[in-house]
Design a protein around this ligand. Structure first.
Ligand SMILES: NC(=O)c1ccc[n+]([C@@H]2O[C@H](COP(=O)([O-])OP(=O)(O)OC[C@H]3O[C@@H](n4cnc5c(N)ncnc54)[C@H](O)[C@@H]3O)[C@@H](O)[C@H]2O)c1
Ligand SMILES: O=C/C=C/C=C(\O)C(=O)O
Length: 489
């Protein structure tokens, strides 16, 4: 394999661009290093794609699309190839999980048990669904109409660094199942697992040019992927500000965008909740993946009658989180993705303290692990929702705990945010659960659970958290062009 792990499981082979079914160097010959966040040592050399490379990949995708080799392939056959990709992902679960863990800094247990199997599920789900799409047909007296959901064409997929393989496959599987050809750009901090998808595609029999992967900067490669006139759909995941830039660039050709952006979701704990369950769930919702999850329950709103008790139990649970080597099976929390991100997270904690928040636990780098980007799980409490740490996305293991008195106040605080991605409600009163979730202005809400995913449901955010929904038929709506064909009888 072109990108196989070497024997010691600490370094990976160099990564190239994947264009038209082949691994190639950047035209400029330039490369960049990807760093292991647990050691801050170099992990691999990666081809630094530029504008010309992005053009090359888009042209390859355009040619493959126009040839009909994929878009006109019977859906059963297309589905078979995508299911084979799912099988291959599962066969390579160990390799992919290690690469993901080394590149992202996340615990190996999570990579092996969640990210990689979920990537396989993404492929299998959309491959199966494509076969069972319901087609519309309408009759009039002298005419009949039917609707064809035709593949849109070349699709740009721009991916962030936090859950790289899972998110890339969430988009790619749907776009491919709908008959499109794709160009994928992983984030420069975490390009390695994406590059491995190229050989999986080749092994599964995906025709050349149908899937292309370009590693390189967002400012060049990403800009071309948003602006190129051949591109018919852009699906972007990342920060809200970058999303705005992508949308501006997409406007040049009126290219439809699907944007999954930042979040600052409220995790609301009511007095009538099962306290232990709420503590365990709230810990998971903010410390999983080092808190680097868009859906994180990063604002923990706690009703005043249980505020002290919740805080005590929450902090006790935080003390049990084992931070350390991401490749260690017993690690709960790994390293933050980069030195610069570590600094951003640490700066936010200082900002919070300066604003008057109190520190219940953490607040510094892990002293015993000075080489990597290990930050202690941190708890800020007695936070007011107007503080910057309650309004801005920290994207790290730093929840802010905010007290509230009434249900109305909890809803008001939850909605007092530019973001509207997710929300969690902990209560034993399901009527309250229904009332509160129906009034919180977010795309995804969970009651007494967090990040439970059913791939048939729409996924996406409100307000600054995004535009559009993917998942189930919503993905096919986005990745296809609905064509109405009317015939005289
Ligand atoms: N809503 C969701 O589903 C979701 C999921 C995961 C992450 N996120 C968000 O992603 C952010 C973290 O990821 P990040 O730091 O990698 O985000 P980011 O916006 O910095 O980068 C995302 C991707 O965009 C590329 N990019 C940068 N500039 C670009 C440009 N001008 N044109 C095109 N592409 C460009 C980057 O190289 C990267 O591949 C957080 O805000 C998080 O909430 C949202
Ligand atoms: O960090 C963001 C998490 C995104 C999750 C998904 O895209 C998903 O579960 O489909």
């Amino acid at each position: 394999m072109a990108n196989e792990l070497v024997a010691d499981n600490t370094t990976v082979q160099d990564a190239k661009l994947f264009i038209d079914g082949q691994y190639v160097d950047a035209i400029s010959g330039e490369t960049f290093d990807t760093i292991n966040p647990a050691t801050n040592q170099k992990l691999a050399t990666v081809a630094k794609g530029g504008e010309e490379d992005a053009n090359r990949a888009i042209e390859a995708a355009h040619k493959a699309f126009a040839s009909g080799v994929w878009s006109n392939m019977p859906v059963e056959k297309r589905s078979e190839i995508l299911c084979r990709m799912a099988d291959l992902i599962l066969e390579k679960v160990e390799q992919l999980a290690y690469v993901e863990t080394l590149d992202v800094g996340k615990p190996i247990r999570e990579s092996r048990e969640f990210d990689i199997p979920r990537a396989a599920s993404n492929f299998r789900f959309f491959a199966e669904m494509a076969k069972y799409m319901v087609h519309e047909h309408y009759d009039m007296a002298n005419h009949m109409s039917y609707v064809q959901y035709a593949p849109a064409g070349v699709t740009s997929l721009i991916i962030p660094w936090n859950l790289p393989f899972m998110q890339m496959t969430w988009k790619a599987s749907a776009a491919l199942a709908a008959g499109n050809t794709v160009v994928i750009k992983p984030a420069s901090d975490t390009p390695l697992s994406a590059v491995l998808l190229g050989e999986i595609a080749n092994e599964a029999g995906l025709p050349p040019g149908v899937l292309n992967i370009i590693t390189g900067p967002g400012s060049t490669v990403g800009t071309v992927m948003a602006k190129h006139p051949y591109v018919q759909r852009i699906s972007f995941v990342g920060e809200s500000e970058t999303g705005k830039t992508v949308m501006r660039n997409a406007a040049e050709n009126l290219t439809p965008v699907s944007l999954e952006l930042g979040g600052k979701s409220a995790n609301i704990v009511f007095e009538d909740a099962d306290l232990d369950e709420a503590v365990v769930g709230s810990i998971e919702a903010i410390f999983r993946n080092q808190g680097e999850i868009c859906l994180a329950g990063s604002r923990i709103l706690v009703q005043e009658g249980i505020y002290e008790k919740f805080l005590e139990k929450f902090v006790a649970a935080v003390k049990n989180i084992k931070v350390g080597d991401p490749t260690d099976e017993s690690t709960d929390m790994g390293a933050l993705v980069s030195k610069s991100h570590l600094k951003e997270v640490a700066d936010y904690v200082q900002i919070g303290l300066d604003e008057g928040a109190k520190l219940a636990y953490g607040g510094k780098m892990v002293e015993s692990l000075p080489e990597g980007n290990f930050y202690e799980p941190t708890v800020l409490y007695d936070v007011h929702n107007k503080m910057r740490v309650a309004q801005e996305e920290i994207f790290g293991p730093v929840p802010v705990i905010i007290p509230f008195k009434t249900e109305e106040e909890a809803i008001e605080i939850a909605n007092d945010s530019i973001y509207g991605l997710a929300g969690v409600v902990w209560t034993n009163d399901l009527r309250r659960g229904q009332r509160v979730t129906s009034q919180v202005h977010s795309g995804l809400l969970w009651v007494n659970c967090w990040y439970v995913r059913d791939l048939r449901t729409p996924f996406g955010g409100a307000k600054a958290s995004g535009i559009g929904r993917e998942g189930g038929r919503h993905s096919f709506d986005f990745y296809t062009e609905a064509k109405t064909i009317t015939i005289k009888k």
